[in-house]
Design a binder for this molecule. Structure first.
Ligand code: USQ
Length: 504
């Protein structure tokens, strides 16, 4: 089978030097790439192979000796990848995975996530080592050496210096506050979230423009940018397809290539929408290149690398602010707390296991967008109703781990549609990047039960169990949600509509 990125060329390669040869013009989705001077051809130079001089950017990854074959496609040899937010739930496993694949990994973090979870009186239930120990163990156990610097993303001077020193060929931007409920606590938390996320990304874009305009930016967005629109219109991958037409007022209006409407469901999700526009504009003005990755709700604890040693594990949160729904339900099961389904539980979300999400990221890093290209992928592997997730966690917990689990429906602390159409298009990862999900929900839930049942972790889950019941309401009130109903898994009849995931 042909490797998915074999035919990409220098045009996609971050080592290609375009400056001086090419004039870029861009407006919206219409782009013109014009050779400079009298030349009729586009010519480039290669930062990695200066001996080639000026040449046409037509060498494919398959032909180029700087790209080598891996299980995730061709990957640039010793590719310099910088991860912003390297200490986080996703940043750490990705750093290890890329390091194992031979990338030169660097990264920054200011430990904000550790601080915020502590501020809310909680802790990660999977204990994580201090950064110095993490780095030491990564080197000793996996042979992965990471160039880490503690840094605020908003310290533009320090960030600029580090990026200038490393000259990353890809930058993964995970350095954002990730939590919808945290952003809804009060005005301070809302402002902190938007300031950190929106301004952090803005600063990064300007620095990339000045120092590494050819580097590809992998920016973590969220499926929650689209929300769950009641019109039921498909959730395309960021933009309307070229042939999309709006029929209105007896006329047809072409929508092709326009960004699709966003309908975020918290001030956190709004910050991601603002990032989207800023990244989109930067690609347009400065010919930066970016994947905006609309990731669904992530869950799980496993990748081969984090499982290699206890000091390499990644964090797992279960509190109402930072714990995502599957992770919360598994810890609740272990504590004997009925699983906290908000509202009707008919909300549908796209989800993806940690291990699968990491594979997607590697595949995207291996296939950079073209100069000026702002591309969006919807990164999910399945659609689930929240009630269905609760049933699945309860089933795996009782069948494989002997637990007796109940489910409780709570007054929904959020303002969100509890019953809605949900039709998601997620075809680029499979069609263009060769990704097919490997980790079903049940499998990862089972692995979570295995790991979280360890004595030390059970103690940690028990220690902070007061952070489980939600008290942050989107209305601004502070009170615990009342219980609407308690039931046994499988007792409630499955309603008809399931959501549609279009991967073709
Ligand atoms: N939910 C429950 N019970 C719980 C927790 C959540 O019913 O105990 C429901 C929520 O009401 C919501 C759904 O589960 O309808 C998902 O909630 P979540 O807390 O797992 O996820 P969310 O707040 O949407 O945010 C998470 C991540 C965020 C990411 C997003 C992807 O924290 O960083 O952007 O998932 S998405 O949901 O697709 O927007």
């Amino acid at each position: 089978m042909e490797i998915h990125n074999a035919n990409k060329t220098c045009w996609n390669c971050p080592a290609a030097i375009l400056k001086g040869n090419v004039d870029f013009r861009g407006c919206g989705q219409s782009r013109r790439i014009v050779p400079k001077g009298d030349d009729k051809q586009l010519m480039i130079e290669c930062a990695r192979r200066p001996e080639l001089g000026h040449y046409e950017p037509s060498i494919t990854f398959e032909q180029c000796p700087e790209w080598r074959e891996t299980e995730f496609g061709y990957l640039l040899k010793d590719m310099r990848v910088m991860i912003l937010g390297l200490d986080g739930y996703l940043g750490w496993p990705l750093a290890l995975k890329l390091g194992k694949l031979g990338c030169k990994v660097s990264g920054v973090d200011n430990y904000l996530r550790r601080d915020m979870v502590m501020e809310k009186g909680s802790h990660t239930v999977v204990p994580i080592a201090r950064m110095t120990d993490r780095l030491k163990t990564a080197s000793e156990v996996l042979g992965v050496n990471i160039n880490f610097r503690q840094m605020e993303l908003n310290d533009l001077k320090a960030l600029r210096e580090f990026i200038d020193e490393v000259k990353p060929e890809a930058i993964v931007h995970y350095a954002e506050i990730t939590a919808a409920p945290y952003s809804m606590v009060d005005v301070e938390h809302a402002i902190k979230t938007q300031k950190n996320n929106v301004l952090g990304t803005m600063g990064l874009l300007w620095i990339m423009k000045d120092i590494v305009p050819m580097s590809s930016l992998l920016k973590l967005g969220t499926m929650g940018e689209y929300g769950s629109p009641l019109t039921g219109r498909p959730l395309f991958e960021g933009m309307f397809p070229n042939d999309a037409v709006l029929q209105w007022d007896d006329r047809e209006w072409s929508m092709g290539g326009e960004l699709t409407p966003r309908d975020p469901h918290s001030f956190y999700h709004v910050s991601k929408v603002q990032d989207t526009y800023n990244v989109y504009e930067a690609c347009k003005y400065w010919w930066l290149r970016s994947y905006d990755i609309m990731q669904g709700v992530i869950f799980g604890v496993h990748t081969d690398e984090v499982a290699a040693h206890p000091d390499l594990r990644t964090r797992l949160d279960y509190d109402e602010w930072f714990g995502t729904v599957v992770n919360r339900f598994v810890t609740q099961s272990l504590l004997g707390i009925p699983l906290t389904v908000y509202g009707e539980g008919e909300q549908i979300r796209g989800m993806i296991a940690l291990e699968d999400a990491m594979e997607c990221m590697v595949r995207l890093i291996a296939a950079p967008p073209e100069p000026g290209q702002y591309d969006v992928v919807n990164q999910i592997s399945g659609l689930y109703k929240i009630r269905e997730v609760a049933d699945t966690v309860a089933e795996v917990g009782s069948e494989n781990h002997g637990l007796d689990i109940e489910i409780q429906r709570l007054e929904n602390p959020r303002v969100e549609a509890e019953r809605h159409p949900f039709e998601v298009v997620s075809s680029k990862l499979s069609k263009e990047h060769g990704f097919f999900p490997n980790v079903p929900l049940e499998k990862e839930i089972d692995r979570m039960f295995e790991l979280l049942s360890e004595d030390e972790i059970m103690n940690r889950i028990d220690q902070k169990k007061h952070v489980i019941m939600p008290v942050t309401r989107w209305s601004g009130e502070k009170k615990e949600s009342g219980v609407l109903e308690v039931y046994k898994p499988g007792e409630k009849k499955e309603e008809g509509y399931k959501g549609i995931l279009d991967t073709e």
